[in-house]
Design a binder for this molecule. Structure first.
Ligand code: GSH
Length: 80
């Protein structure tokens, strides 16, 4: 794992193929992530909806909001 690449945060829910895809993309690159499921943290789902986010995953890199799995793919491609 490459800690120097910073921490990725993923908001997920159960049975979410796009969430699994996002985690796979990070894991394959050896990037460190922490996932939170709104099944176990219901308030996260409420906050997400209040912030206008309608789908999971929602991904952050350190303090930067990246977006969903497609956005993560673009982000990782750009950052090499
Ligand atoms: N293009 C989005 C697709 C995300 C998506 O459709 N996620 C599904 C779950 S896998 C979702 O949140 N659907 C709406 C819902 O469950 O309320 C991405 O790449 O993240």
């Amino acid at each position: 794992m490459r800690m120097e690449m910073g921490m990725y945060w993923i908001l997920t829910k159960a049975n979410c193929p796009h969430c699994d895809r996002a985690k796979d993309m990070l894991a394959k690159r050896g990037l460190v992530y922490q996932a939170f499921s709104y099944d176990t943290h219901p308030m996260l789902g409420k906050l997400m909806l209040a912030a206008g986010m309608r789908t999971v995953p929602q991904i952050w890199h350190d303090k930067e909001h990246i977006g969903g799995a497609d956005d993560l793919e673009t982000y990782l491609t750009k950052s090499g």
